[in-house]
Write a protein of this length. Structure first.
Length: 285
């Protein structure tokens, strides 16, 4: 995680533990009035206030100088991967907090397709949930004073993940569309990488989903499978290059990731309905 802070100082040593798919670390810090920080992580994370000398003295926002998302004590914040957040301290405090970092591909492999796509990418800043908080406190205790067996901490971590994301067996959960944020990320990724082979695993990991669930949700959202969407985007690149002066089919095929002119022509006709040469003649008319 990348962080830029001002006015915070760490007290004592960092305590941490890791289990399959979850890294937990406990920090004790002191902060003066007006202290602030900016944070962004490549992994989804849960920020948990375990204890503070002044209730509601620290706020977490998804924009600079934002207002608290709720009044009164709010000790939990789920922050999706890549979301930049800002913290602000109203007055001098001593604070102990737990950070839980989730390795989504590892957790997805444990839960198969039972995860709800929207819950994985939806920010939940400064909320309260006593069941989740209780599990977080038990995990923090494992960081500070480990038990005799790792299975205890692992079971707590899994229970927390299930509770936080409301994991349900596939038979109890409707396979729907991708969340708007996940769909936008996937479409942008395809757009940026359409000239090479994109593996389904890449897109699924980007959204924090299993491959089967992502494929189903993507088709429900767009009407086509991920590889079909990529080919449509690649063929738009082909069309743009065909319209350039002195463009040749051979050069266009190589520049847009096809094996050769015949390969490009075959795929172009399959998706567009005519050959590249016929399409180009139609544009001239």
């Amino acid at each position: 995680m990348n962080a830029i802070t001002d006015g915070f100082s760490v007290v004592g040593d960092l305590k941490y533990r890791s289990w399959d798919g979850i890294l937990a670390d406990v920090w004790s810090v002191e902060a003066r009035s007006g202290a602030a920080g900016v944070y962004v992580s490549q992994h989804p994370r849960l920020f948990v206030v375990l204890a503070e000398t002044q209730e509601a003295a620290i706020t977490i926002n998804s924009r600079p100088h934002g207002s608290p998302t709720m009044a009164g004590p709010a000790r939990l914040s789920f922050i999706p991967a890549g979301l930049r957040t800002w913290s602000h301290v109203e007055r001098d405090i001593s604070l102990r907090h737990l950070d839980l970092h989730f390795d989504m591909p590892a957790l997805i492999s444990r839960f198969a397709g039972d995860l709800d796509a929207e819950r994985l990418v939806l920010p939940r800043l400064m909320f309260e949930d006593e069941r989740v908080l209780t599990l977080c406190r038990l995990l923090a205790a494992e960081c500070l004073n480990p038990s005799l067996h790792d299975l205890y901490g692992d079971s707590l971590a899994l229970a927390l993940f299930i509770e936080l994301f409301q994991v349900r067996p596939g038979s109890e959960r409707r396979h729907g569309q991708l969340a708007a944020r996940s769909l936008r990320h996937a479409l942008d990724y395809i757009e940026d990488n359409c000239l090479r082979v994109i593996k389904l695993q890449e897109l699924a990991e980007l959204a924090g989903l299993s491959q089967s669930y992502f494929s189903s949700a993507f088709k429900a959202s767009t009407g086509v499978a991920p590889h079909q969407w990529q080919m449509k985007v690649r063929l738009e690149r082909v069309k743009a290059r065909l319209l350039q002066p002195d463009a040749s089919l051979i050069h266009v095929a190589h520049a847009t990731g096809f094996a050769d002119q015949a390969h490009m022509t075959r795929v172009f006709k399959q998706f567009v309905g005519v050959t590249p040469a016929a399409w180009l003649r139609a544009q001239a008319l």
